[in-house]
Write a protein that binds this ligand. Structure first.
Ligand SMILES: Nc1ncnc2c1ncn2[C@@H]1O[C@H](COP(=O)(O)OP(=O)(O)OP(=O)(O)O)[C@@H](O)[C@H]1O
Ligand SMILES: [Mg+2]
Length: 201
């Protein structure tokens, strides 16, 4: 079983959205996928509850119960588990201990100098714990490609070559089909997904 997380120190950068979309893509490939929603806001869990026929499962979990949930997930035969956390803060040593056991941490950034500083700090923690990680640009809200941010970050760590495009064609994330099942979805997400799959293998 692999454990992944889309996480960073910033709120509202698309952690839950991208996690859910990746889950649908992997589930459409017949993988058994679980997302453990560890955020008190429960964004992912609430979306899951609204969905009639989701391709994968979402369970709510408190960070303090996460170890037990992961053992249960392994027993239940899940191939991949996503951990959806609230934003990371340095004091949150419990969360860091779970990030340390992740096979891969993806770090979404909206770009810009303030983001660079916080991403750099976060990357330091991950490097100290030897966690595989890669940064990607989430280009929504009409963001242009921020080459400067990406080149500064890529001097220090892994950065995706492709970006997540604005996925506003989906009013809400649809958990019952893969974004890659439509032409428009393929156009906006396939390159990023292909790069993600290489990291995952
Ligand atoms: N690539 C994208 N295209 C369109 N909308 C996006 C994209 N990424 C994020 N959003 C939108 O931005 C908002 C915040 O996203 P999301 O809730 O996934 O962020 P988050 O990092 O999980 O936030 P939080 O820190 O509150 O958990 C949502 O309304 C989501 O639909
Ligand atoms: Mg979230």
């Amino acid at each position: 079983m692999k454990v992944l997380s889309v996480t960073n120190t910033k709120g509202g950068t698309g952690k839950s959205t991208i996690s859910l979309i990746l889950c649908t893509c992997l589930a459409a490939e017949k993988k058994k996928i679980l997302l453990l929603d560890c955020d008190i806001q429960s964004t992912s869990f609430e979306m899951y509850q609204l969905e009639e026929s989701p391709l994968f499962e979402v369970r709510k979990s408190d960070v303090s119960k996460l170890e037990r949930e992961l053992i249960k997930a392994e027993k239940d035969g899940f191939d991949i588990v996503f951990l959806d956390f609230a934003r990371f803060t340095e004091e949150n040593t419990e969360m860091l201990s779970f990030l340390s056991i992740c096979d891969l941490v993806l770090i979404p950034t909206l770009g810009g100098i303030i983001e660079i500083l916080s991403v750099q700090k976060f990357v330091k923690f991950l490097k100290a714990s030897n966690v595989s990680h890669s940064i990607f640009l989430n280009k929504y809200r009409g963001l242009k490609e921020d080459k400067e941010t990406l080149s500064i970050l890529s001097e220090q760590t892994e950065v995706f070559k492709s970006h997540v495009q604005d996925l506003k064609l989906f009013k809400d994330v649809n958990l019952s089909s893969s974004i890659l099942s439509t032409k428009e979805g393929q156009k906006r997400f396939k390159l990023f997904y292909d790069e993600f799959k290489i990291l995952l293998s």
